[in-house]
Design a binder for this molecule. Structure first.
Ligand SMILES: Nc1ccn([C@@H]2O[C@H](COP(=O)(O)OP(=O)(O)OP(=O)(O)O)[C@@H](O)[C@H]2O)c(=O)n1
Ligand SMILES: C[C@](O)(CO)[C@H](O)COP(=O)(O)O
Length: 381
């Protein structure tokens, strides 16, 4: 089963009263159509994206749109339903594939909506985001008004999700233009779910909608992740230990392939854990001679760089060192300073703590040191 996104962007946007079709106007830094295109392309669950354009814009948009083999561009028709038909024909999906049909004029698409639609599609053959009616509804009849019961009425948005076989047959058996794609399958009695829509998903229809939508797109969303790490190193004879980038004179050193800095190893794992990129051993195997006696700052910086490549920044960390000796407190300020420097954080976002295990276990018997760490990472979406 494959998942295909169709973005219809072949309309003329006549109701805006502007010359350029609304989907090509710039909004909060990029063309309107690019917002949902980028959201679909960034989503690894989506196998292919089909962007439907006015025939006259195909070459220009092809030149300025990245997307590789997952993106195809198709010429649309005179009505919205014709544009959807062109995309379905070009994609040739299998009957049980999922199609997500979306208006380019709704730039505020978020991944959460795609997730909710795909969940609904586990039991339904169609699904769409919808909002309840919040204003009173009236029907005019001559000079009098009649109140309409709004309890079962909804404003339906896009993307609208379908089993491809259901939508393809509904569109091919009826050549007319539908208000939306759900209308095409409603006549066939398909089971349809409504998931929670949002104001951010509103459509740009009139010129006045640009300002409202631009403000919403400017309001960026911050996503947070939290990771944890744990590490242990045994003592062996030596002049002292390296912990959180700080050398502490002691009657033993920590045994390890690298400098055995258990504090920074736990922190490295917390960062890798937050972004689900495996663990320190995957990236720096103890069998690799390059890491013999290595400064653990190299591991920490590498984890931060890997997270950064995926758009994540470390915003806080908290390390707990577990040992009877050496005493950590006199070195805590230096450990925080070194950690803040390497991770690129303000001092007040770096916590280093220490505890004993009250003489119990291997740390209590002074056989080694354990460390655990937590890290918060944030991403501006
Ligand atoms: N022949 C058409 C008509 C519309 N659409 C797309 O369908 C979406 C929703 O339609 P609507 O808001 O009605 O767009 P327009 O038809 O362009 O607007 P207008 O009715 O004001 O001309 C838009 O992304 C639009 O580009 C399309 O791909 N092909
Ligand atoms: C497809 C649609 O956006 C779903 O809400 C809506 O039906 C389009 O209507 P319009 O009259 O073409 O704007």
């Amino acid at each position: 089963m494959r998942i295909h996104a169709i973005i219809v962007a072949a309309g003329s946007g006549s109701r805006t009263g502007r010359k350029l079709p609304k989907q090509f106007e710039s909004l909060a830094g990029k063309p309107v159509y690019r917002w949902s295109l980028d959201t679909f392309l960034a989503d690894e669950r989506i196998d292919t994206v089909c962007l439907v354009l006015p025939a006259g814009h195909l070459n220009e948009i092809r030149a300025e749109t990245p997307g590789g083999h997952r993106l195809s561009l198709v010429a649309g028709g005179g009505e919205r339903s014709e544009s959807v038909r062109s995309a379905v024909q070009a994609l040739t999906p299998a009957d049980d594939d999922i199609l997500l049909v979306h208006d380019a004029a709704r730039p505020g698409l978020e991944t959460d909506t795609i997730t909710a639609l795909l969940k609904a599609m586990e039991i339904h053959s169609a699904a769409a985001p919808a909002l309840p009616m919040i204003d009173a509804l009236k029907r005019r009849s001559g000079s009098t008004l009649e109140t309409v019961n709004r309890s079962d009425l909804y404003r339906v948005q896009t993307p609208q999700a379908f089993r491809a076989g259901v939508l393809a047959s509904a569109l091919s058996h009826n050549g007319r233009n539908f208000v939306d794609d759900l209308e095409a399958v409603e006549a066939q009695g398909a089971s349809a779910a409504l998931i929670e829509g949002s104001e951010r998903l509103s459509k740009i229809t009139f010129a006045s909608d640009f300002d409202k939508m631009g403000e919403m797109m400017d309001r960026q969303k911050t996503e947070f992740r939290f990771g944890t790490g744990f590490d242990v190193h045994a003592f062996e004879p030596g002049p002292g230990v390296m912990l959180c980038g700080t050398f502490i004179e002691h009657d033993a050193r920590l045994k390890g392939h690298s400098d055995a800095d258990a504090g920074w190893h736990a922190l490295t794992d917390a960062i890798l854990g937050a972004v689900a990129l495996g663990d320190i051993g995957d990236h720096f195997p103890p069998t690799d001679h390059r890491w013999k006696d290595a400064d653990s700052g190299v591991f920490l910086r590498h984890a931060i760089e890997l997270a950064r490549e995926k758009g994540w920044e470390v915003s806080h960390c908290d390390v707990t060192l577990i040992c009877e000796s050496p005493k950590i407190k006199p070195h805590r300020a230096e450990m925080r300073r070194r950690t803040a420097e390497v991770v690129g954080l303000a001092l007040n976002a770096v916590s280093i703590k220490a505890t004993t295990t009250e003489g119990l276990g291997f740390t209590g018997r002074r056989e080694g040191i354990a460390a655990q760490a937590a890290a918060t990472l944030r991403k501006i979406c």
